[in-house]
Design a protein around this ligand. Structure first.
Ligand code: DCT
Ligand code: MG
Length: 393
C-alpha cells in the first residue's frame, strides 16, 4: 500500500500523511525525512538506464498521468504528451511507493505540473482534471474509435468531428468507406479488443512455430513485444523469426501466410515486403515503421470461449529481419515503446550514435556497428544490460 492506507472514509482512502498529521500535528505534512530518500543522481532521465519491472508501486499516479498523456495525444499534442509519459515512466521505475511529495523533488522528468497532480491525488484520492477527461465526450469517443484495429487518431478525430459517437453511427454513415484493415477491425472487434493471455500467446507460438518450421526447418521463432517483457496480457502477440541464410527472410512470411490459409485459420493478413536498405541512415523520427519484411495478421485460435464458440480471433504480428540485423530487430520489437524511444535518444545525445530497429551508426567514425546479441548493442552504447522484463518503462 502506498501513500494511502486501505482504510476507507466515505468511500475514499485516507492519505497516510493526513492521518499522521492528525495524530501528530507537530509534524509538517509536507516534510518527509525518508531514510532511503534518493540522491539526485540515483534516477536517470533515460528509461534505458532504469530497470522498470511490471511491479508498479505508483499505479495510482501513473494511471492518472497516462490519461493526461493519452488525452494530449488525441489532441495531436505529442510533445506535452511525452512529458506526462516520461513522468509516469520515472514513477514506474521506483522500488517503492512515493511517501510524500518531497520525494519527487529529486526525480527527473517531474515538473511543477506533474507534482501538482501527484499532490492532488495524494490529498483527494483523485485528480479533478483526470476525472474531467475521463468524462469528456471527445476523449471517450476518441478512445472508443481508436480501439478499432486500423483506426488511428486521425481517423478517430475525423469521425468525431463529423458528429459520430458510436460504432453503429460509423457503420451506418454512407459517406464512410472503411479500408480492409478497419473492416476486419469491426468484424472481429469483440474478440480482438479482449486482452490476449499468456496461455493464449503460448498456444499461438506453437501454431506459428509449426508453420514456420514447415516452410523452413532451419528457421526459429521467438516471442517478443510485451510478452517477452513478462506481461500476462497483451493487445496482440508479437513474434520474430530468425532465418540462418541470406534472402530467406524475404520468402518465409508469404509461405507462412499460405500455410495459415490452408489450415483455415487466417482471418486477415497484411503482408509488408522488406524495404530494408543499409544505405539508409537511421531516421530521427521515432514513429517511423521499420523496413523489415513483416505481417499484421488476425488468426483463429481454437479453444472453448465464453461466447460458446470454439475459437477466438487474435491479433498476431510477425517480423523476419535479415540474420545480421536480428539483434537490432529483437531489441526494437521487445519494447516498451518508451524504452525504445529513450535508447535512441540516449544513443544520439549521449553517444553521438544513431540507433533504430536496423542498425547502430557511429557518427564519429561513420561506421555501422555489428551486433550478434542485444548485449552487444548495450555494450556499444556503454550501457549496463537491461533484461527484457526490466524494460517496462
Ligand atoms: N515498435 C517498433 N516500432 C513501432 C512500434 C512499435 O519497433 N513503430 C516496437 C515496440 C514494441 C513492439 O514493437 C511491439 O509493439 P506492441 O505490440 O504495440 O507493444 P507491446 O509492448 O507488445 O504491447 P501489447 O502488450 O499491448 O501488445
Ligand atoms: Mg504486442
Amino acid at each position: 500500500i502506498s501513500w494511502f492506507t486501505e482504510s476507507m472514509s466515505a468511500g475514499r482512502p485516507v492519505p497516510v500523511e493526513i492521518r499522521h498529521y492528525i495524530q501528530n500535528p507537530a509534524v509538517d505534512q509536507r516534510s518527509c525525512a525518508h531514510p532511503s530518500a534518493k540522491p539526485e543522481s540515483a534516477v536517470s532521465p533515460y528509461a534505458c538506464q532504469r530497470r522498470t519491472t511490471l511491479n508498479n508501486h505508483n499505479k495510482i499516479f501513473t494511471d492518472a498521468l497516462e490519461v493526461l498523456a493519452e488525452n494530449l495525444e488525441f489532441c495531436g499534442n505529442q510533445g506535452p504528451s511525452l512529458a506526462f509519459r516520461r513522468a509516469a515512466s520515472v514513477l514506474k521505475s521506483l522500488p517503492e511507493a512515493l511517501r510524500c511529495l518531497e520525494e519527487t523533488q529529486h526525480l527527473p522528468c517531474l515538473g511543477e505540473h506533474c507534482r501538482a497532480i501527484i499532490e492532488e491525488i495524494s490529498e483527494c484520492g483523485s485528480c479533478s482534471r483526470v476525472e474531467e477527461i475521463l468524462n469528456d465526450e471527445r476523449y471517450r469517443t476518441m478512445k472508443l474509435f481508436s480501439s478499432v484495429f486500423g483506426v488511428g487518431p486521425k481517423t478517430a478525430e475525423n469521425w468525431f468531428c463529423r458528429g459520430l459517437r458510436t460504432f453503429e453511427q460509423v457503420l451506418n454513415e454512407p459517406s464512410i468507406r472503411l479500408n480492409r484493415m478497419q473492416t476486419a477491425g469491426f468484424l472481429f472487434y469483440e474478440d480482438i479488443s479482449k486482452p490476449v493471455s499468456r496461455t493464449e500467446a503460448s498456444a499461438l507460438k506453437i501454431i506459428v512455430e509449426e508453420a514456420v518450421i514447415c516452410v523452413n526447418p532451419s528457421a526459429t521463432v521467438s516471442i517478443t513485444g510485451g510478452f517477452r517483457r513478462g506481461k500476462e496480457f497483451g493487445h496482440d502477440v508479437d513474434f520474430i523469426i530468425k532465418t540462418p541464410e541470406a534472402g530467406q527472410e524475404d520468402t518465409i512470411l508469404p509461405a507462412v501466410i499460405e500455410r495459415f490459409k490452408s489450415q483455415s485459420i487466417l482471418l486477415y493478413s497484411d503482408l509488408q515486403e522488406s524495404t530494408f536498405d543499409l544505405r539508409q541512415l537511421p531516421t530521427h523520427r521515432f514513429e517511423a515503421m521499420d523496413h523489415f519484411s513483416k505481417c499484421f495478421l488476425i488468426l483463429k485460435l481454437k479453444g472453448e470461449q465464453e461466447t460458446g464458440r470454439d475459437w477466438r480471433a487474435v491479433r498476431v504480428d510477425l517480423v523476419a529481419p535479415p540474420l545480421e540485423r536480428y539483434a537490432y530487430a529483437l531489441l526494437g520489437w521487445s519494447g516498451s515503446t518508451l524504452f525504445e524511444r529513450d535508447l535512441r535518444r540516449f544513443a544520439r545525445l549521449e553517444r553521438g550514435k544513431l540507433l533504430d530497429n536496423h542498425v547502430l551508426y557511429d557518427k564519429a567514425t561513420n561506421t555501422f556497428l555489428p551486433a550478434n546479441t542485444e548485449e552487444d548493442i548495450f555494450a556499444h552504447l556503454g550501457l549496463e544490460y537491461i533484461e527484457p522484463w526490466q524494460r517496462n518503462a
